[in-house]
Design a protein around this ligand. Structure first.
Ligand SMILES: *Cc1c(COP(=O)(O)O)cnc(C)c1O
Length: 239
């Protein structure tokens, strides 16, 4: 068996590639966090990842978080919602998610806030922004983000905004992909100048298995890696 056939080998390789991308970009390696994306993988795979020191996992469905959280209760794991969230699932997210990175509209913010108030919790959130014109991608239009942040700060106080998240265009042209990441960073830089009280924009969640090195070069602070750590998903993933 070669190293790459094991999760330990794949994880080590990804960590090395993250460090190399940071070096190329003149950034310290600890400036980029790895969020392992365990969606579609079962509890055994998560246990294997836990044995390698991973405790925070990205998932795209509240039902899947619920099942895994129940099976792995009491082990200090954190579940991060990265997939499109229907408003009628806000209750489940408010109960089980440590963080939501796919906050992309006011009615979802309102529903999450109401449910979080009931739970007596507050959570970190990232605002998902649409940086490509692909119709299949979710995310708020960049021009709507400033007013959204002000509204969250004023009304939805259980949501602690920490930054922005995006998915780049699916394109064979790396410069098209890079343009999405750059657009998110530039939006963040403009928004940061507004100094909205209570809103922090330190984090940029961008980059996946196929494009994380470009994202790091453009300022990503968190790469969401599924297949490159866990292996190929055996059933298709409707993002
Ligand atoms: C599935 C998913 C990922 C991880 O994708 P890979 O290509 O497997 O690394 C990252 N972000 C989001 C929002 C996802 O849905």
């Amino acid at each position: 068996m070669t190293a790459i056939d094991t999760m330990a080998g794949r994880l080590a390789q990804i960590q090395q590639r993250i460090a190399q991308a940071c070096e190329r970009a003149g950034r310290p390696p600890e400036s980029v966090t790895l969020l392992p994306v365990s969606k579609t993988f079962g509890v055994d795979a998560i246990r294997e990842a836990m044995a390698l020191g991973l405790t925070r996992f990205g998932e795209n469905k509240t039902q899947e978080i619920r099942q895994k959280a129940a099976a792995l209760a009491g082990q200090g794991l954190q579940w991060v919602l990265i997939g499109h969230l229907q408003t009628n699932k806000a209750k489940d997210a408010a109960r089980d998610a440590a963080e939501v990175q796919s906050l992309d509209r006011p009615d979802l913010a309102e529903a999450l806030h109401r449910r979080l108030q009931n739970e007596g919790r507050s959570i970190d959130v990232l605002v998902q922004v649409k940086t490509s014109s692909e119709p299949s991608k979710y995310g708020m239009a960049p021009q709507d983000v400033p007013a959204f942040l002000r509204r969250i700060a004023a009304e939805f106080t259980t949501l602690r905004v920490r930054g922005l998240m995006t998915l780049a265009v699916n394109s064979p042209d790396p410069e098209e992909v890079r343009a999405c990441f750059r657009a998110l960073r530039e939006l963040r830089d403009r928004l940061a100048q507004e100094n909205i009280p209570g809103i922090s924009l330190d984090r940029l969640s961008m980059g996946m298995s196929g494009d994380f090195e470009l994202a790091i070069e453009e300022g990503s602070t968190e790469v969401r890696i599924g297949t490159a750590v866990f292996g190929a998903r055996s059933y298709p993933d409707p993002q």
